[in-house]
Design a protein around this ligand. Structure first.
Ligand code: ZN
Ligand code: ZN
Length: 58
């Protein structure tokens, strides 16, 4: 058994995974939790802020 679950897990608002809050980053816009995995992928905003930022391509 790993000891990852220390009660500080949070739901990432970009990918939806439960990741450690202590290793995540706040959304650049609204400050909601973004996990470190998304951050490493270059995601700095939550899904809602990304959707609001990106104009509809139509
Ligand atoms: Zn994530
Ligand atoms: Zn956001």
């Amino acid at each position: 058994m790993t000891d990852l679950a220390e009660g500080d897990s949070m739901r990432c608002r970009a990918c939806g995974n439960d990741e450690r809050a202590s290793e995540g980053y706040p959304c650049m816009n609204c400050g909601t939790f973004i996990c470190v995995i998304c951050n490493l992928r270059g995601v700095i905003r939550c899904r809602a802020c990304t959707a609001a930022e990106t104009p509809p391509q139509k």
